[in-house]
Ligand binder design. Structure first.
Ligand code: GTP
Ligand code: MG
Length: 206
């Protein structure tokens, strides 16, 4: 993907309504600090277009990045950060739920997990939640630069098992430091956008 134009078009907070975009959307979910904003920067070849932070809880809104007037990359608020007050957690949860339920253009959800750790209960809940909204999440195992190459397969196995991924579920090892996995991620994004939903196939043949 050649990035010709880039615009943080909509920032959606707990009281905002979800924008009705007319271009496909690809969303990135995952716990706080897992590397969602860094991944978006890596995809865009930018150092810090999406704001990142070593302090968890940086992204507290749903940020819609318009790419080439062709598609949106959607940065979701991170979950699972203990220091966030319960009320805020609930509000973000509802915001994410409103988005997953309400977006007509959402074509794919990528769920990020840190390759170094077994997925948390929140990660599993998020995975199941995405599935229950009709999406097959693509797992991105982040910070792969932090594990030894010899340990990589072991970590991948743990992630797949803990999430109870099915055989055809996809996992992409990724690092926003080395950019490992960047091309594979773009290919998956493009595939998600092209895929014809089964409901549309049904409509076309009936
Ligand atoms: P929230 O906005 O709080 O939900 O976090 P986020 O998921 O957007 O995480 P962010 O991209 O801000 O990254 C969190 C921290 O992890 C930052 O200090 C990043 O530099 C670091 N980080 C992100 N991706 C990688 C990676 O692939 N490798 C390494 N080594 N560090 C990473
Ligand atoms: Mg962020």
């Amino acid at each position: 993907m050649v990035i010709r134009s880039l615009d943080l078009e909509t920032v959606c907070g707990i009281t905002s309504s979800i924008p009705e975009n007319d271009k496909p959307e690809i969303a990135f979910a995952g716990r706080s600090n897992v590397g969602k904003s860094s991944l978006i920067n890596a995809l865009l070849n930018r150092k810090s277009y999406a704001r990142t932070s070593s302090t968890p809880g940086k992204t507290q809104t749903i940020n819609f990045y318009n790419i080439n007037q062709e598609l949106y990359l959607v940065d979701l608020p991170g979950y699972g950060y203990a220091k966030v007050p319960l009320k805020a957690k609930e509000q973000w949860g509802r915001l994410i739920e409103r988005y997953l339920n309400g977006s007509k253009q959402l074509k794919g959800v990528f769920l990020l997990v840190d390759i170094r750790h077994a997925p948390s209960r929140d990660d599993k809940k998020m995975y199941d939640w995405i599935v229950s909204h009709g999406f097959q999440p693509i797992i991105v195992a982040t910070k792969v630069d932090k594990v030894k190459r010899s340990q990589l397969q072991k970590h991948i196995k743990i992630v797949k098992e803990e999430l109870q991924m099915t055989g055809d579920g996809k996992l992409i090892p990724f690092s926003s430091v080395t950019k490992q996995g960047r091309e594979e991620l773009w290919v998956s994004i493009e595939k998600s956008i092209e895929a014809v939903p089964s409901t549309d196939i049904g409509r076309a043949t009936s």
